[in-house]
Design a protein around this ligand. Structure first.
Ligand code: GSH
Length: 212
């Protein structure tokens, strides 16, 4: 049974909307935000290692991240409805807006909120952001313990998306990966790929890729 775990007033409302558009049967579980800090309650945090909404469960599957969930539901349960096919005149626009919503629009709105709230509640906001980033690193480390690549058995576009935060974006912050052996081994493998070497030589001449 597909179950949507909806944190009230959060991005998980998208999943409920998509299921309604698709006419799917689903179970809806509602969770109230904590009254003290407006974050997700402990039983929501326990659903997924990131502890953020949305989360769905479907049999043994526990899936987070709005975009991943929407695509999963549309393709697995929705017979590809709500997704223009490759070759459709709207395909590229669909891709742009689908990824822009969270990749850029929400990210920048979130940064704006963090700056606003940071002025009034500095330590709380620092803790909130640092906790999310630490959980993301831990999740990546755990993923590379169970699979050779982020997408599974072979390199996919998921690895190409994850590559930048793990390498060049990290170089700008000087974040150490000393405590993440799986990420270190993974980046060593990525660094041996001729295509990655060619890409970095062409894209970043004179820059040593941040692989350790
Ligand atoms: N990019 C993530 C963002 C998830 C996210 O930030 N969710 C917020 C609600 S809109 C949340 O769970 N906040 C409560 C908390 O951090 O405890 C997604 O789309 O799934």
């Amino acid at each position: 049974m597909l179950t949507i775990h909806h944190l009230r007033q959060s991005q998980s409302e998208r999943i409920v909307w998509a299921c309604e558009e698709l006419g799917l049967d689903y179970e809806l579980k509602l969770y109230d935000r904590r009254p003290d800090n407006r974050l997700a309650p402990d039983d929501y945090k326990a659903l997924h290692p990131m502890g953020i909404a949305p989360v769905i469960t479907d049999g043994d599957l526990v899936l987070g991240e709005s975009g991943a969930i929407l695509e999963y539901i549309a393709r697995v349960h929705g017979a590809d409805r709500l997704v223009p096919p490759v070759g459709d005149a709207d395909y590229a626009d669909h891709l742009f807006w689908f990824h822009f919503a969270n990749g850029t629009f929400m990210t920048n709105m979130m940064m704006q909120l963090v700056v606003m709230l940071g002025q009034a509640h500095g330590p709380f906001v620092d803790g909130f952001v640092n906790d999310r980033v630490a959980k993301a690193w831990a999740l990546a480390e755990r993923r590379l313990d169970e699979a050779r690549y982020f997408g599974g058995r072979g390199l996919t576009l998921a690895d190409i998306m994850m590559g930048y935060p793990l390498t060049t974006a990290r170089a700008m912050r000087g974040t150490s990966i000393e405590q993440y052996p799986n990420i270190r081994a993974y980046l060593a493998r990525i660094g041996e790929r001729p295509a990655y070497q060619r890409a970095m030589a062409k894209a970043e001449p004179g820059f040593t890729p941040k692989l350790d």
